[in-house]
Design a protein around this ligand. Structure first.
Ligand code: AMP
Length: 228
């Protein structure tokens, strides 16, 4: 059986990380978030951490060579044998082309775009209100998904943090980067016949159910085709 590979696409703040964390529990394959790995590299002051920080603080993409390198190394690990969920990668067509070469015959690929209304994302303060747990990675929002105790993670008790790029003045630039560089991936994956769309503005649990339905149906369709 090939690997189950799920790519989550979507606007900054639409909930890719939240959904990836939810579906990990159901599919028992790991979440690979390039954003989290880059933040980790920055915290550990690795060589590419410095370059990554500069780009992230400007709302721009980190260089393809860095992110392609960290993803290709990460997916070689044992826990990715049955598949993985990519959240935040690929982010442009060049990364998608590189990643395509890492998909093997027999792997099952589903690309799911969480569609968003960017004005609503701003109004609902999805980015400026976001809080993250530096321990377990749980994601909250001060306005819509507050932790039970102020600024404290419900799951592991650590002090929550604001991401350094979740600043009002960076939002337009991050949205622009998404439109210019990432949204062409929709066409790229439509052409490959593996693209699906889910309305990402609905409640978290509804979006999770939709995603799981798509993954289960499309995996079943591939196996039906192989049997016939
Ligand atoms: P995220 O956590 O996915 O919102 O990513 C935060 C920031 O990390 C982005 O704004 C980019 O600067 C950088 N980043 C994450 N993933 C990628 C990627 N695949 N390619 C380039 N830059 C990335």
């Amino acid at each position: 059986m090939g690997r189950k590979i799920v790519i989550l696409l979507g606007h900054p703040g639409v909930g890719k990380g939240t959904q990836a964390r939810a579906i990990v529990q159901h599919l028992e394959i790991p979440q690979i978030s390039t954003g989290d790995m880059l933040r980790d590299a920055i915290a550990k002051k690795t060589t590419y951490g410095r370059e990554a920080k500069e780009k992230m603080d400007a709302g721009e993409l980190v260089s393809d060579s860095i992110v392609n390198g960290i993803v290709s190394e990460r997916i070689k690990r044992n826990d990715c044998k049955k598949g993985f969920i990519l959240d935040g990668y690929p982010r442009n067509v060049s990364q998608a082309e590189t990643f395509r070469k890492l998909v093997k015959n027999g792997d099952h690929l589903a690309v799911i775009e969480l569609s968003a209304d960017s004005e609503r994302l701003r109004k609902e303060k999805r980015l400026v209100g976001r809080l993250m747990c530096p321990g377990c990675g749980e994601i909250y929002n001060e306005f819509s998904k507050a932790p039970k105790e102020d600024q404290i993670c419900d799951l592991c008790g650590r002090q929550l943090i604001h991401r350094s790029d979740d600043r009002e003045e960076l939002i337009s630039e991050r949205f622009r980067t998404y439109h210019e560089e990432t949204s062409p991936l929709i066409q790229f994956y439509q052409d490959l016949g593996v693209y699906h769309q889910v309305d990402g503005m609905r409640p978290i649990e509804t979006v999770t159910e939709e995603i799981l339905k798509i993954i289960n149906n499309s995996v079943a369709a591939v196996y039906d085709r192989r049997r016939s």
